[in-house]
Design a protein around this ligand. Structure first.
Ligand code: CA
Length: 245
């Protein structure tokens, strides 16, 4: 496989308590051109992540001591926005939703296929690169609301909502294609950085739900419509924001 992310090796922090799985994953990601640091519990994960310099974290939820969701909360609370992919147990729907709501970027369900897992981690890395090269911009929606990509905010009057980087990309992508349906696979490729958008995942839907709930507070409850069988469509009126205003 071609290394496609950057010249230097991407650094992955792997958090998994089951030794055979951990060792297998270390081997897998090293063979895929990653530098891998592996730890077996949540506390070590928090400490290791604090050293920084990781391009992505592969985080098991079921861990002894501090579980994966608590690790995630720790990272986000100290403003560490390293991309996180959760490893979740089959049927653990609640964990998945909680994880995505608490700032995870994506998840895979055990047992997972190794190709899918590698594809998803690469997706996180690509997304990070796209995000870093995004131009700064502001747009006005429905005359009264201002979407500021640089600040990760949408505001209307005194009401200001803070978006996650992912929500910001999602809103930006939909806004840029206002009034036409955007399929989920197009969002997976462009917002999540997947090469193959056909991967089955609820990631897009959960993020859209969260984004909608936030936008409600600035009068944007109906900005993102679900188009049955086709994806999502942005319905707000988008115009360029006045310069410097
Ligand atoms: Ca585990």
């Amino acid at each position: 496989m071609m290394p496609d992310v950057s010249e230097t090796k991407p650094r992955l922090l792997l958090v998994e308590d089951e030794a055979p799985i951990r060792e297998g994953l270390v081997e897998l990601f090293i063979s895929q051109g990653f530098d891998v640091d592996a730890v077996g519990d949540g506390l070590q994960a928090v400490e290791r992540a604090a050293d920084g310099g990781f391009d992505a974290v592969l985080l098991d939820i079921m861990l002894p001591g501090m579980d994966g969701l608590s690790v995630l909360t720790h990272l986000r609370t100290r403003s560490d926005f390293v991309p996180v992919l959760l490893l979740t147990a089959k049927g653990a729907e609640e964990d998945i939703v909680k994880g995505l709501e608490n700032g995870a970027d994506d998840y895979v369900t055990k047992p997972f296929g190794i190709h899918e897992l590698v594809a998803r981690v690469r997706g996180l890395l690509r997304r990070r690169i796209i995000s870093a090269s995004e131009p700064q911009r502001r747009v006005t929606i429905d005359d009264g609301a201002v979407f500021d990509v640089d600040q990760l905010t949408v505001s209307r009057g005194a009401e200001i909502i803070k978006l996650t980087a992912r929500e910001c990309s999602l809103l930006g992508f939909l806004c840029g294609r206002a009034h036409r349906p955007v399929p989920r696979d197009e969002l997976l490729v462009n917002v999540w950085g997947y090469r193959d958008g056909s991967i089955q995942t609820r990631t897009v839907d959960v993020h859209v739900q969260q984004l909608r709930a936030k936008l409600k507070r600035v009068g944007g409850a109906n900005w993102i419509a679900t188009v049955r069988g086709r994806g999502y469509r942005f319905e707000g009126r988008v115009s360029a924001s006045e310069a410097g205003g």
